[in-house]
Design a protein around this ligand. Structure first.
Ligand code: HAM
Length: 421
């Protein structure tokens, strides 16, 4: 019986892991420089957490969560996103009382039961951050600038940043009412089945429906952000002024809503032309009501998440292949039983000294061990056979210059260390 991985849950092989590690390392560095600290929350949470935060009527909650009842009869879900767990942790760990403003980042898997296709997985990886505890619109600009630095450092090209402002909860309520009223006449004729339902439960989502007839109907009734109150207009202007000052390119798109109910104020999305229909590589925005809705103090917050799988897909196969996986500094080739044991113990000592090394475990011929060392990219090979044991010194071969020299057994760690530095 052969087993295969479950659809939508992919293996990530070493070459691609190397590329991901590189992107993750630059994320850690960029986030650290901007004052963000890592947080790790569990992969499962109470289902109610996501229903309350992401929203009861959203696609994520109604169709896409991996939810189940555990042995203790609790309703739990694999996390579909990272913001709600972080807000839960922020409140549960009493962060507001120990310094209200917190800058947190996370890297890890998320789970959504969407129909798998290129760029759309059931287990996918996000790198994200959340700045919780400040209302000032400069935070929006900071969060976006950190996102842009991360995207640029990953080597992604041809991406577009689109920006919108949904307004505060009062503005969103007014806009929802307007859309419900103005679109309901057209609903039976032009709106798709999903949008007919959305009109009732979450009219804002009609704004970013991808179906052509819905798009046209929306563009007919709704032209600009005329629903913003003065406070939201001013905040948005300040964010834009700061982004302009940083020379960050963006386009205002009044139809961006994002599929999570907690957003208020600034929302943004980054798309990449190189991807097909799943072209959103990152998204985020403000969520000024979420902390208080979840039982914490009234406080502003803003964040984003990039989809690491989509970045890797957009960078293309060559990006991973171009990263040469580093071979060992040293390969130990042994010949014969006595030499094998000596080599095994020596390898342990070399590793303790920080030298990356490996050996043959299958008693292969010297020729095939040399070939293996070459394929693995080893810089040096240390040969230990009966002759070397008799002489009291091993043979060190430089794989680049092909030069060979003898090294006394008690000097090996020292000499190899100095050669690889
Ligand atoms: P989101 O827009 O749902 O936002 O997801 C962010 C990114 O995750 C997307 O732009 C996409 O690149 C990636 N992504 C989402 N679903 C999948 C999937 N099925 N397969 C592969 N990649 C996927 C959030 O999750 C918010 N928590 C972002 C945020 C943080 N907002 C404020 N703070």
């Amino acid at each position: 019986m052969k087993y295969s991985s479950i659809r939508g849950f992919n293996d990530i092989l070493p070459q691609e892991c190397a590329l991901r590690q590189k992107i993750e390392a630059s994320a850690r560095s960029i986030f650290g420089i901007a004052g963000y600290r890592e947080i790790r929350t569990p992969i499962i949470e109470e289902t109610a957490l996501f229903v309350k935060s992401v929203g009861e009527g959203t696609d994520i909650v109604t169709k896409e969560m991996f939810s189940f009842t555990d042995r203790g009869e609790r309703d739990i879900s694999l996390r579909p996103e990272g913001t709600a767990p972080i807000v839960r942790s922020y409140i549960e760990n009493n962060m507001p009382s120990t310094g209200a403003f917190r800058k947190l980042y996370y890297i890890g898997p998320m789970f959504r039961a969407e129909r798998p296709q290129a760029g759309r997985l059931r287990q996918f990886y996000q790198i994200g951050l959340e700045a919780i505890g400040a209302l000032d619109p400069s935070i929006d600009a900071e969060v976006i600038s950190v996102l842009v630095k991360l995207l640029d450092s990953s080597g992604l090209k041809n991406y577009q940043l689109k920006l919108n402002n949904l307004g505060c909860s009062e503005d969103k309520r007014k806009l929802s009412g307007y859309l419900r009223e103005s679109l309901s006449k057209a609903a039976s004729k032009v709106l798709c089945g999903d949008c007919k339902n959305r009109l009732d439960k979450n009219p804002l989502r009609v704004l970013d429906c991808k179906i052509e007839s819905c798009r046209l109907a929306v563009r007919d009734t709704f032209k600009s952000a005329e629903f913003l109150c003065d406070g939201c207009k001013n905040s948005f202007e300040k964010t834009r002024l700061l982004l302009d000052g940083l020379k960050i390119n963006y386009k205002i798109d009044p139809y961006i809503v994002r599929g999570l109910d907690y957003y208020t104020g600034t929302v943004f999305e980054v798309t990449c032309d190189l991807l097909g229909s799943q072209n959103a590589v990152a998204a985020g925005g403000r969520y000024d009501d979420l902390v208080s809705d979840m039982g914490g103090p009234k406080t502003g917050a803003c964040g984003f998440a990039i989809g690491l799988d989509r970045i890797v897909l957009a960078l293309g196969k060559d990006a991973g292949a171009a990263l040469k996986l580093r071979g060992p500094d040293l390969f130990l080739a042994s010949l014969g039983e006595e030499a094998y044991c000596k080599t095994f113990f020596l390898m342990n000592k070399l590793r303790d000294a920080g030298i990356t090394c490996d050996m043959d475990y299958e008693s292969r011929s010297l020729k095939s061990q040399m070939r293996y060392a070459g394929d693995a990219g080893a810089r040096f090979v240390l040969i230990i056979g009966d002759d070397e044991i008799k002489r009291g010194e091993a043979t060190l071969r430089d794989m680049t210059t092909k030069e060979q020299s003898g090294i006394a057994f008690d000097k090996i760690v020292e000499e190899v260390s100095s050669k690889i530095k």
